[in-house]
Design a protein around this ligand. Sequence first.
Ligand SMILES: Cc1cc2nc3c(=O)[nH]c(=O)nc-3n(C[C@H](O)[C@H](O)[C@H](O)COP(=O)(O)OP(=O)(O)OC[C@H]3O[C@@H](n4cnc5c(N)ncnc54)[C@H](O)[C@@H]3O)c2cc1C
Length: 372
Amino acid sequence: MPRHAEIAGAGLAGLTAAAALCRRGWTARVHERMPSVRIVGSGLSIFENGLRVLKAVDAEDDSVRDARRGLVRETRDAYGNTTSQMSYSGRMYEITRKQVASALAAAAERAGAEIVTGSTAIAADPEGVLHLENGRSMKADLVLAADGIHSRVRDSLRLPMRRQPLADGAIRIMIPRSVEEAQTPDGKMNVEYWSGTRRILVAGCSDTELYVALTALDSDSEAKTLPIKKNVWKKSFPFLDALIDRLDGEARWDRFETVKMPRWSSGRVVVLGDAAHAMAPNLGQGGACAMMNALALAVELETAQDVPAALTAWEQRERPLTDHTQRWSTFYSALTTWPDRMRSLAFATVTGVPWLRKQPLRAMNHIPTGTT
Ligand SMILES: Cc1cc2nc3c(=O)[nH]c(=O)nc-3n(C[C@H](O)[C@H](O)[C@H](O)COP(=O)(O)OP(=O)(O)OC[C@H]3O[C@@H](n4cnc5c(N)ncnc54)[C@H](O)[C@@H]3O)c2cc1C
């Protein structure tokens, strides 16, 4: 009999796990509370490590089709001067979330997974039962709580955990861009502008789609207001006024948060992705860590018969990289509160000292389990 997984959440973590488990002989059912797998959303940077996972679950081609391959990321000061430049030795694509989620959903279904939309999970039992809002309870060899940072399934387990709001957050918005704009030198890279505690990340996702993230302190009520207060942002970035004028359409503010749990599993239930280890998005690795851990979990379970023991072994092997990445992205968020000069000095130090330079890049240079 194939072993069976019930999965709460059709995000990057849940869909990767479903595809990877089904490719290893499991059956899997994914419950997504929304009426469809993510149909809107902003941009995502997916580096070599994430791309390798997408390839391993047969979702890479669909994910990167027409996406922009990035080579360089720059930080610039309030006057547009470059303060640091990082070029990637591996691959990096800037992709819309919708495209990655659709690619993963298609790969999961090709592998045999069932995706049930409009199905909300509310709790799980460590013996391997997932409870749904509609009153049904589903028995499984493995239950995955991959229902994101606000995970109800994780909370139902009453495992120790700490959710810590960070000082900053971001408004994310997608706007159209022209092919000519995409061909300019700036159009081919990701640029993050800093002005005091405010920053603007500009990253093209394709020839026609531009992702803009406006990051500010949560206490900066003018900057986080929606609809975007263009004059407030223009005051901080006067030379970006033409771009700021284009920031119309659907946008959302999210405060950055970290989730830390001393253990990611209880019996036959595992907490996966943001539900277990949400991190500030500064290194562009939250989604990649979710996908790496999901694939590694399926690899671990391929031969292991004792599910709880396999979950412990998997966590011991995979967790140190996620913890390291979370620490460095939290440090980057802390820089937001530093005075401009100290921050520039910190960037110069991190990029100038070889050992330090490697630390924030460790996850993106990692060869994930199951991808060799
Ligand atoms: C501003 C910002 C920028 C980011 N940029 C990047 C980046 O460039 N690169 C990167 O790798 N990561 C990035 N991240 C992080 C990345 O978005 C997350 O780490 C990733 O989405 C986590 O995936 P997940 O599947 O764990 O959770 P989610 O993506 O949150 O998916 C959870 C899913 O579960 C569903 N759900 C929720 N509750 C229930 C329920 N009770 N029952 C059933 N379904 C439920 C939700 O609708 C959702 O579909 C960024 C994050 C932010 C905030």
